[in-house]
Design a protein around this ligand. Structure first.
Ligand SMILES: Nc1ncnc2c1ncn2[C@@H]1O[C@H](COP(=O)(O)OP(=O)(O)OP(=O)(O)O)[C@@H](O)[C@H]1O
Length: 475
């Protein structure tokens, strides 16, 4: 957007030739780098660096007063993080080597090097931003989240989730994309909203589900079109990228993107620009991009269904949402949350639930994750009579879905599906039965009727086995 300052740290250009300094400034401004300081006298650089943080210095070598070679160690000393790029009129390898030894990170020869200068500055800006973010991530994770309001819609007591919140806070000022992965229903969209709220940008969050969009619709939806772009395009239409200006663009189901759309998204993330349909003039994106998918992108990459370069670009900041079965400690708080929500939405009085309900739920795999738990609670709420929720509607839901405790046992111990791999020697039948009973009782937190369901036997049969175990008889 016009008037924007980018990057948020200054780039210092030092050259004794005012005309070169001017054209270098224009070149960088055209490429979107507007936060520039210019000096024709290298001697003033040290005091400027002492006053404010300079991210990158582009430096000439041959200057009266103080040469670039003399200046490099002084910049290093004053501001060790500052990236130094030498842009010299002299094409000499030994000079380049000397500058690198002194602490410059790149050496560019002036003649015809416009593109190289822009690319080098772009890479240096990204590197600087990443270094700064890494520092922020370390600081924030050690302190814990400081803005709990941004996460108020996410019910959790889980420690791993708390570390995700801290990570999100540390990304608040970043402009880099964020990738959220995890099974369907784990709360990826809620996390995207939290990222937006933590950053608190002036613009909106705009969500687009890109699954099933062919490339034409994808381009039109995201980038908009100019008047006359195709038959029926009788007016200009702004795309979602423009609508998300100064805010967050959330692209859901990114794993389903078509191959040509992947190329366009990569360009959007890499170069920061895009073409509205029917236009030859690129527009600049001015929104944070957050993407999510339930798909395994590296696996899709191996099958050549998802571009690896896009995946690497996306995963600069990666949040993986654990499935509900890996954070069962969240079941009680989610149950409470959804009960309150359902009661408010239906205008009914909030019922209580049997004590063993969370235990029963903890034995289930939740293939549909939190969304499935939410719909179970809403369904039970709709069906209950009297002041107590019935366990029956939950049991029915658990039995009726693939992945219920009866249908799908816990994941096998290894990829061959053999749970006995590594067990040497094998337990005999009595020992195996004993172990199984004890494991079921532990998972059911001592509740015999739930443990019996897990084992596929009746409660009296389990009780008999337990008695035999206690009497140390063969079971
Ligand atoms: N921790 C949570 N607290 C409260 N509600 C939650 C939580 N996690 C998820 N939900 C709710 O569960 C439902 C599914 O969440 P969401 O849509 O964010 O999942 P998702 O991972 O984006 O799913 P999909 O991949 O299918 O798009 C939503 O109704 C959401 O509000």
């Amino acid at each position: 957007m016009a008037g924007d300052i980018y990057p948020d740290f200054p780039i210092l250009l030092i050259d004794d030739e005012p005309s070169w300094l001017r054209s270098l400034g224009l070149l960088l401004e055209r490429a979107g780098f507007t936060n520039l300081h210019k000096l024709t006298d290298g001697r003033k650089a040290q005091s400027l660096l002492a006053e404010q943080k300079i991210g990158i210095v582009l430096l000439d070598l041959m200057m009266p007063g103080m040469s670039g070679e003399e200046l490099i160690p002084l910049i290093r000393e004053e501001s060790p993080d500052t990236v130094i790029i030498v842009v010299s009129g002299m094409n000499q390898v030994n000079l380049a080597v000397q500058c690198m030894k002194l602490g410059a990170s790149d050496f560019i020869v002036k003649t015809g090097a416009e593109e190289r200068i822009v690319t080098t500055v772009r890479n240096a800006v990204k590197l600087w931003e990443l270094k700064r973010e890494n520092r922020a991530i370390r600081d924030t994770i050690s302190k814990g989240p400081s803005n709990p309001e941004a996460f108020s819609q996410i019910a959790t007591t889980n420690r791993y989730m708390a570390s995700i919140f801290s990570y999100i806070e540390s990304l608040a000022t970043s402009r880099q994309p964020v990738l959220i992965t995890g099974e369907s229903g784990t709360g990826k969209e809620l996390i995207a909203r939290a990222i937006h709220r933590v950053s608190n940008p002036p613009g909106p969050m705009v969500s687009v589900n890109v699954a099933g969009l062919d490339d034409t619709i994808f381009s039109d939806t995201l980038f908009g079109h100019v008047r006359g772009a195709f038959t029926g395009a009788d007016a200009r239409r702004a795309g979602m990228v423009e609508k998300a200006s100064n805010g967050t663009l959330f692209l859901d189901e990114i794993g389903d993107l078509s191959a040509p759309s992947q190329v366009k998204l990569l360009r959007l993330l890499q170069e920061g620009d895009y073409y509205p349909v029917g236009s030859d003039l690129p527009e600049k994106i001015n929104a944070r991009v957050v993407c999510s998918t339930h798909q395994d992108l590296p696996a899709k990459g191996k099958e050549r269904l998802f571009r690896k370069d896009l995946f690497y670009r996306l995963q600069t900041h990666h949040i993986h949402m654990p499935p509900l079965r890996e954070r069962k400690d969240d079941i009680p708080i989610l149950l409470e949350t959804f009960l309150t929500m359902a009661a408010e939405e239906t205008g009914k009085k909030r019922p209580v639930y049997p004590q063993e309900l969370p235990v029963l739920l903890a034995t289930y795999h939740f293939p549909g994750n939190i969304r499935e738990l939410k719909s179970m609670v809403y369904d039970a709420m709709a069906r209950h009579q009297g002041g107590t929720l019935s366990m029956a509607s939950f049991k029915e839901a658990m039995q009726g879905h693939p992945g219920s405790i009866e249908d799908s046992p816990p994941p096998p111990a290894d990829s061959t599906g053999n749970p006995f791999t590594g067990l040497e020697p094998l337990p005999n039948l009595a020992e195996a039965s004993h172990l199984l009973v004890m494991e079921a009782m532990a998972r059911a937190e001592g509740n015999q009727s739930i443990a019996a369901r897990l084992l596929g036997i009746s409660q009296p049969a389990l009780s008999k086995r337990m008695k035999l175990i206690r009497e140390k008889k063969e079971v």
